[in-house]
Design a protein around this ligand. Structure first.
Ligand code: BTN
Length: 255
């Protein structure tokens, strides 16, 4: 991991054997004043978490389980843009290393053949509606085998190893992600969200296909046609009206 510390963006890499969740460690470090570019990596998480309070399977040595501290000077409402940025960076990094058809399912799952290989969890702390820090949690299922997944997940989750038939080097994946992330984060700070939005749209597998979304406000059916400036999904409903969806518990094909 020495290579990483050479990059101008990564300030410190903290490597752990087993932790409950790298999110918890990174949050604690951020509260103690750790700077942007602090990266927490664990071999194993005993209580890895996903979005919507879900559990994230993180067996020892088989994946990339890491959390990156960011301190952008932004209003809190822009935090979702960073999630989308991280998804684009990760998608580009993985496509560079694995000859697979990898796409982004809104907002930030990476899929191969409809199955999930990676997820992103962004947790932020704000004061007066401005971001104090963001902890971007990245989980990449690299070398997991089918046995690592409970029966119930085997239809929806996969790993790079399952898809490729061979193992990949986790350090190379981390280095590629950081390189792409740094490049896009700089672009974002110089030019705003619009170039990231276009890149996200080009990698998305969600756009222009009818979906049913379970949102906090109820069920929305329609066809996603793009991303809004704030990172919400713009959905065209059957009556032609457009609606913005900021978060959804699940999304899938309509009945
Ligand atoms: C999701 O798709 O629901 C998001 C999954 C995020 C998992 C990563 S693994 C590293 C970091 N630590 C955690 O506990 N979760 C994130």
């Amino acid at each position: 991991l020495g290579k990483l510390q050479d990059s101008s963006f990564i300030r410190t890499v903290k490597l752990f054997d087993a932790v409950d969740s790298t999110q918890n460690i990174a949050q604690r470090l951020a509260e103690e004043g750790a700077p942007e570019g602090t990266l927490v990596i664990a071999e194993q998480q005993t209580n890895g978490r996903g979005r919507m309070g879900r559990n994230w399977i993180s067996p020892p040595g088989k994946g990339v389980w890491m959390s990156l501290i960011l301190r952008p000077s932004l209003p809190l409402q822009f935090a979702p843009q960073l999630t989308l940025l991280a998804a684009v960076a990760l998608c580009r990094a993985l496509k560079e290393l694995a000859p697979l058809d990898i796409g982004i399912k809104w907002p930030n799952d990476l899929l191969v053949g409809g199955k999930k290989i990676s997820g992103i969890l962004l947790e932020s702390s704000a004061e007066d509606e401005r971001i104090r820090y963001v902890v971007a949690g990245i989980g990449i299922s690299v070398n997991l085998t089918e046995d690592d997944y409970p029966e119930a997940l085997r239809d929806t989750a996969t790993s790079l190893r399952i898809e490729l038939g061979n193992e990949l080097d986790r350090t190379e994946i981390i280095a590629a992600f950081i390189r792409h992330f740094q490049q896009l984060y700089t672009l974002y700070q110089q030019e705003g969200f619009s170039p990231i939005q276009s890149l996200w749209e080009a990698l998305s597998v969600t756009l222009n296909k009818p979906v049913k979304l379970l949102t906090p406000a109820g069920q929305v059916e329609g066809t996603p046609i793009g991303l809004s400036e704030s990172g919400a999904l713009i959905v065209r409903k059957p009556d032609g009206a457009q609606t913005l969806v900021f978060s959804a518990e699940s999304s899938g094909p309509p009945d």
